[in-house]
Design a protein around this ligand. Structure first.
Ligand SMILES: Nc1ncnc2c1ncn2[C@@H]1O[C@H](COP(=O)(O)OP(=O)(O)OP(=O)(O)O)[C@@H](O)[C@H]1O
Length: 253
């Protein structure tokens, strides 16, 4: 089933007082099947964040459409956007975005509380998620008591607890060391294997190599894609790095 279709997406930034325009997205086209794990790669300034923000309905495109499950999310009214995001999308950010005044449990429950979900339902879902994410012992702690890796696993629980159609991740390993990055990437891969569709933006070839398909963006256009097929992440990473070097003319981290 087709979950997401991005058609002729264009985003032009223009400041109010200057005539200068920046074309952040020129003409972006791609689609995502239900159950895919997509990484979007590109160098700094290529339009990755702008694309992610548009898919997340945090920003409106200049033109084009983003069809999620048959509905154009770019047409959703301002006062319905928060509810739409809560019900259909999960977010994982590079800096975790946990609220320090709430316990880990309440951070995870937050999107469900806002959606007025029953306590029983919330607890049942958390009971299933917590052991998978290895956070069962952390639920009564405050975020500032956790390590970076633990914080990101809590953030993943918060993203998954609403059972979203699509999880959007923005450089989820950027603030983690190598070991924690590797285990987080393995975890995301496992979550995808259970059927969760994930779209991740990154400029790390290592992170991208854990996805099933990598889209390369340059100057606001998708210009190339690679499929992982049955390969190990390490082998796929070689091809991603080579693609970045050859086609973008940049060295990657
Ligand atoms: N709010 C804004 N106003 C004006 N220009 C912007 C705005 N946001 C982004 N841009 C410009 O749009 C282009 C794409 O930026 P974007 O942040 O999407 O790139 P990126 O690929 O995410 O880069 P990075 O990897 O450095 O985060 C850049 O030229 C940027 O300067």
């Amino acid at each position: 089933m087709m979950l997401l279709q991005v058609n002729h997406l264009q985003k032009i930034f223009q400041t109010r007082f200057s005539k200068e325009k920046t074309i952040a997205l020129q003409d972006v086209n791609f689609s995502v099947e239900d159950g895919e794990y997509i990484a979007i790669m590109g160098e700094s300034g290529s339009g990755k964040t702008t694309l992610l923000n548009t898919l997340a309905t945090l920003d409106k495109p200049t033109s084009g459409s983003v069809i999620l499950n048959g509905h154009d999310v770019t047409k959703i009214k301002e006062n319905k956007l928060a509810e739409f995001r809560r019900e259909h999308l999960g977010f994982i950010f590079q800096d975790f975005n946990l609220l320090d005044t709430l316990s880990v449990r309440d951070n995870i429950f937050l999107p469900l509380v806002l959606g007025r979900q029953k306590v029983r339902v919330m607890e049942q879902r958390l009971e299933k998620l917590a052991p998978k994410l290895n956070i069962a012992d952390l639920l009564n702690k405050q975020p500032f008591e956790l390590s970076g890796g633990q914080k990101q696993r809590v953030a993943i629980a918060r993203a998954l607890i609403t059972e979203p159609e699509l999880v959007l991740a923005d450089e989820p390993t950027a603030a983690l060391d190598f070991k924690n990055s590797e285990s987080l990437l393995a975890l995301l891969e496992g979550i995808n294997e259970t059927g969760q569709t994930i779209l991740m933006v990154t400029h790390s070839a290592i992170a991208a190599s854990h996805a099933k398909r990598v889209l390369f963006i340059k100057d606001g256009r998708i210009f190339h894609q690679l499929y992982r097929a049955k390969r190990e992440a390490a082998e796929f990473m070689q091809e991603i790095s080579m693609t970045m070097t050859n086609l973008l003319g940049t060295e990657v981290r």
